[in-house]
Design a binder for this molecule. Structure first.
Ligand SMILES: [Zn+2]
Length: 284
């Protein structure tokens, strides 16, 4: 037995040829299924590196940490009840967005989507791997978000989960240089527990790359347009964020989501691509 993790030493021994072959197949399969054929925004394929970390471990960590956060909020009497009007509004918007999620990630079919509202002045919102969404009252109240703008925030956060950005970050932090050997170790279950534990501590505060942020903006824009939310709200949302960051600074969402002219320019350039989706959704 290994004295550090109580696992048999053989769990981290060199991978067999069939394990290596399976690692290659998993990576290839991830590329093939990572982008829906009919998408309007152009975001390319999801990161190959993410396939080195098992999706179910990251999702399980997300579900577990979401549960802890809700328990903490409940203990402080800061978790909105089912009758809360703002929570009902958030859940209604999520119900319109969720049907369009699966083409971006077939695993989402099995996710138990959940939306909760936490009483906090923080301008913040997130969607954990596995479809666990939370908004803080601060983002709704301080930015006075319209339904279209809420849909843009929610779509953006759902896109991070659907594109498995957290999973890719975990894989990359494990070291892409030795990608194959890590994949083999994961298949041999050598490091799965460690990675899941690390995911559990990092998911809420995870800062994504600029590329991940652009992807989340564009995939979120398309999700919201397909659900019948005005794509122009993406621009008004980020203008509000820019004003808030000037006035208040240091807030969670704003510190991980800089609202620059580059971000707004990319959204403006993509609005025409999803306009017809929005108009068709409004008609139906
Ligand atoms: Zn983001």
């Amino acid at each position: 037995m290994c004295t550090r993790c109580d696992r048999p030493i053989s769990a981290t021994s060199p991978a067999s040829p069939w394990q290596l072959r399976r690692a290659f197949l998993l990576i290839a399969a991830g590329v093939a299924f990572s982008r829906p054929a009919l998408s309007q925004v152009n975001v390319g394929n999801a990161s190959v590196a993410r396939n080195l970390v098992p999706a179910d471990k990251i999702e399980a960590a997300g579900v577990q940490q979401y549960g802890q956060l809700l328990a903490q909020a409940r203990a402080k009497n800061a978790l909105a009840g089912d009758n809360n009007a703002q929570l009902q509004r958030l859940r209604a918007i999520a119900q319109r967005l969720i049907p369009f999620a699966t083409p971006w990630n077939t695993r989402a079919r099995e996710w138990k989507w959940e939306v909760n509202l936490i009483g906090s002045k923080q301008i913040n919102a997130f969607c954990m791997p596995g479809g666990k969404i939370a908004f803080f009252t601060g983002i709704l109240e301080q930015l006075k978000l319209s339904d279209d703008e809420v849909a843009m925030v929610m779509g953006h956060e759902m896109a991070h989960a659907l594109r498995e950005h957290a999973r890719a970050r975990m894989a990359k932090s494990a070291g892409t240089g030795a990608a194959l050997s890590i994949g083999a170790q994961l298949l041999g279950l050598g490091q799965v527990g460690d990675l899941a534990a690390r995911a559990g501590t990092q998911l809420i505060t995870l800062k994504f790359s600029r590329g991940d942020e652009t992807e989340a903006d564009l995939v979120g824009l398309e999700l919201a347009a397909r659900a019948g939310y005005d794509p122009k709200a993406s621009v008004s949302l980020w203008n509000k964020m820019a004003t808030a960051s000037k006035n208040q600074g240091g807030l969670s969402f704003l510190s991980t989501h800089p609202s620059g002219t580059d971000r707004i320019a990319k959204l403006e350039a993509n609005i025409p691509k999803v306009e017809s989706l929005y108009r068709n959704a409004k008609r139906s």
